[in-house]
Design a protein around this ligand. Structure first.
Ligand code: ZN
Length: 137
């Protein structure tokens, strides 16, 4: 008889993907709103629900002067929305205190893009604010 060693997983690990065009769209929005911040929501595909295919822009979150560009009461309960993305006009993509508050309250995946808004200046986080990897497909 064979015993399979079960790996202990504290949380269900999901392999997230993002379409290259979708990521580029975030960069473009961040660039066009610079030096203001840009914010949007991440929408996943309807099949596997693990690939981010679309950015949804809420009224009033297109650009903001502060880090608190998302108002929680404005965020939809929509199971195709799995988190948020926003830009930092600085070189740092580390979450601010306001970002951490948002991540814990809403969604499962959050993307922060920092200046100069390219492939080397973004990072994804889980709802604990821990860095996670997302595959660009
Ligand atoms: Zn932020």
């Amino acid at each position: 008889m064979t015993f399979f060693k079960k790996r202990k997983k504290p949380d269900k690990k999901v392999e997230w993907n993002i379409k290259k065009d979708t990521l580029n769209f975030i960069f473009e929005c961040a660039k066009s709103n610079y030096p203001k911040e840009f914010g949007g929501l991440l929408r996943v595909d309807s099949d596997e629900k693990t690939t981010i295919i679309e950015i949804v822009i809420l009224p009033g979150t297109i650009s903001g002067d502060s880090h608190a560009i998302f108002q929680l009461h404005m965020l939809p309960i929509d199971f195709s929305i799995i988190g948020t993305c926003h830009s930092h006009p600085s070189l740092s993509f580390n979450p601010s205190d306001a970002d951490m508050f948002l991540f814990r309250k809403y969604g499962r995946v959050h993307i922060v893009v920092a200046y100069p808004f390219d492939n080397s200046s973004w990072q994804a986080y889980n709802n604990n604010g821990e860095k996670i990897d997302i595959s660009v497909i």
